[in-house]
Design a protein around this ligand. Structure first.
Ligand SMILES: Nc1ncnc2c1ncn2[C@@H]1O[C@H](COP(=O)(O)OP(=O)(O)O)[C@@H](O)[C@H]1O
Ligand SMILES: Nc1nc2c(ncn2[C@H]2C[C@H](O)[C@@H](COP(=O)(O)O)O2)c(=O)[nH]1
Length: 395
């Protein structure tokens, strides 16, 4: 039997199990597509190298696990036509792949082989998980490489907290992020991909790259909207990456730390560019429309549990811009840093920025005084790390 039967059956059973839960129209459309095609590859559900190996004909009943609410029945049609029923209990929001991993972990006799093609695999998890709950948790695609995480929550990545470091240009985010990276193996830092913005492949011509950061600073009215589409997309991709296996296997408090986020892209930079007149009304409306759509669509996958706000005066940041000497920023003026500072203050301190995502409205913010020269002073560094540890453990 083609693999499509496996997914078609199990998907259908999942939906029936959870009758009454709103099923995303995207999912039903997708299932119909699967049914209409003879293979998963044709239906675009999995890459051609993905496969599911199913072996013995046994019925497996897995015991209920505390805090895990949904019962998932997976019906597997084997190549000889036999049907095998597997039952497991997973957290609300867990994906079908998570359920399969749980069953597989009980030595049910099949292997879920996932080569980890992120884009396509995510589509699988994100569509199917919609069936399990209207309030899904994060799910990750590369489950075959993940050790089961400790504790009752076995859908892996949901245990890993996600935090962004926010702050003005040159306030010291990257420096601070590197400090965090060296402070604990339970923390994984992802830096802002500035070098990618400085070198858009094929942007100059077919062979040469263009520097979008430079273009944006040289002609902000022409390039700000383009810049925001690119920066936001790169942040989105970053936030969608699954955490490394090291964090998934951690017995401590694993935290994925991002330098900036899809939220600062909108509520700091794009908003500021709009208010400066560098993004026009149409561009701002278009930006907000796709931003809301994407963030809602990937809701639980990009949502953060906390924000660290590195705060310093615009003058201090200006000094550090000079010290860093990034060529594209040579014409940067204090006034621009003051405007960005105000945007940060409105969003993270005064809370007067209009936000469009419920969880973001209530997100805990750790404010740190970044004007202190922590690099040369170990006691300041230790104090910062202690505050961050406390903050993370309270999330
Ligand atoms: N706490 C600090 N004390 C002194 N200098 C700092 C501090 N943090 C950063 N710097 C310096 O300021 C410049 C900008 O820092 P960076 O980490 O690149 O900022 P950001 O990532 O926020 O743009 C760098 O030259 C860095 O060495
Ligand atoms: N117009 C925008 N500029 C941005 C955005 N994100 C970063 N930047 C600029 C600011 C700096 O010149 C450089 C890197 O930022 P750091 O603060 O890390 O030094 O890129 C954005 O969304 N829009």
């Amino acid at each position: 039997m083609p693999l499509s039967n496996y997914f078609t059956f199990s998907g259908g059973i999942l939906a029936l199990c959870l009758a009454g839960v709103r099923v995303n129209v995207h999912l039903t459309t997708h299932l119909i597509t699967v049914i209409q095609h003879s293979t998963l590859v044709d239906a675009g559900v999995m890459g051609s190298t993905d496969n599911l190996v199913l072996e013995p004909a046994v019925e497996v009943e897995l015991e209920a696990v505390p805090n895990q609410k949904a019962t998932v029945v997976v019906e597997v049609v084997k190549s000889n036509g036999q049907i095998h029923i597997y039952t497991t209990h997973v957290s609300k929001g867990a994906s079908l792949l998570t359920a399969l991993e749980l069953i597989r972990a009980k030595n049910a006799g099949f292997t879920v082989v996932r080569p980890g093609v992120f884009g396509r695999a995510t589509r699988t998890t994100s569509t199917l998980k919609t069936m399990v709950s209207a309030e899904p948790k994060r799910c990750y695609s590369d489950l075959s490489t993940c050790s089961p995480s400790p504790g009752p929550d076995r859908d892996g990545g949901a245990r890993v907290k996600r935090v962004s470091i926010e702050g003005n240009i040159a306030v010291g985010k990257s420096t601070f992020a590197r400090l965090l990276q060296s402070a604990s193996p339970d923390w994984e830092v992802v830096l802002e991909p500035v070098s990618k913005w400085q070198s858009i492949e094929g942007g100059g011509s077919e062979q040469t790259a263009s520097n979008l950061l430079h273009m944006m600073y040289q002609d902000p009215r022409r390039w700000s909207y383009t810049f925001q589409t690119h920066s936001c997309m790169s942040r989105m991709k970053t936030q969608l990456q699954p955490p490394p296996a090291r964090l998934l296997a951690s017995h401590g408090t694993p935290v994925q730390v991002y330098e900036r986020s899809v939220y600062s892209d909108r509520y700091i930079f794009a908003k500021n560019m709009f208010e400066l007149g560098c993004i026009n009304h149409t561009e701002w409306a278009v930006y907000q429309d796709w931003h809301t759509f994407l963030v809602e669509q990937f809701d639980h996958q990009v949502a953060l549990e906390g924000i660290i706000y590195l705060r310093a005066s615009p003058q201090k940041c200006m000094e550090r811009v000079g010290r860093r000497g990034r060529a594209e920023e040579s014409g940067l003026e204090l006034d621009y840093l003051e405007k960005l500072h105000t945007q940060h203050e409105k969003w993270l301190i005064e809370k007067s920025t209009e936000l469009h995502f419920e969880k973001l409205k209530h997100i805990p913010v750790l404010e740190l005084d970044a004007s202190v020269e922590f690099q040369s002073d170990p006691s300041v560094r230790n104090e910062f790390i202690a505050k961050v540890k406390d903050f993370f453990s309270g999330l």
